[in-house]
Design a protein around this ligand. Sequence first.
Ligand code: SF4
Length: 276
Amino acid sequence: MATLATTSGLTSLRSQRLAAMRSGELGSVHSWELVTAVDGPGTRLTVFLAGCPLRCLYCHNPDMLEMRDGRPTAAGQVLARVRRYLPVFRATGGGLTLSGGEVLMQPAFAARLLRGATAMGVHTALDTSGFLGANLTDRMLADTDLVLLDVKSGDPDTYRRVTGADLAPTLAFGRRLAPAGAEGGHAPEVWVRFVLVPGLTDDVGNVEKVADYVAGLDELRPGTVTRVEVLPFHQMGRYKWAALGRRYERGATRPPSPELTERVRDQFRAHGLTTY
Ligand code: SF4
């Protein structure tokens, strides 16, 4: 009987936890850090949510791709930390950045964090590949000040090679962000990020497709994309792959040369885009 009672107690705990995750009261959080000059303006509290549907060859966070890679964390706990940093955010023009993994794997949890931070008057940023953009509700969009949109490739075949998934959802998500302002609604600022990987994403034609697409977003709503960040590939995530005992395919890839990085940045600049 004791065993039965214990088993039913565990089942009930598990179903309570699942219900809390569905409602967004609880999320799976891998880690958080306080950063400056990355992930948005000012000093940011960046929260890394666990779980990602993509499998990028060069992923620098392979230790947070599964939901189980995070710890169950109450939305209230994250928001209490946001509240604690209010003076820092005010002094630096910073705020909360949700990153991962992929934030939109946990839309209900993300929605609570965005709502809570916005209610405190805190600037919010969402770092996403856009692959699960359909999970972002209009309410969440209204609570988002900045979207850091990772466009990993402009060519569908290259995108599939890099991520193992389709490019189309990301493109559709970006286009959804652009017209929001044209209709008089809340329009998030967009920073596009492009990871430059020699031999994988550096092809002139591939970069041109990304630049064309991004410039097209600006045509839909001028001022949508306020910056493009070309992020040179690095090997800093390599040790994590080794620690996980997983094969890392980009082990022999070198970071791009300064000349290559400038060539790619110039391609974006040629489309009138402010590029770093
Ligand atoms: S989208 Fe980001 S977290 Fe997900 S696999 Fe790609 S690089 Fe890693």
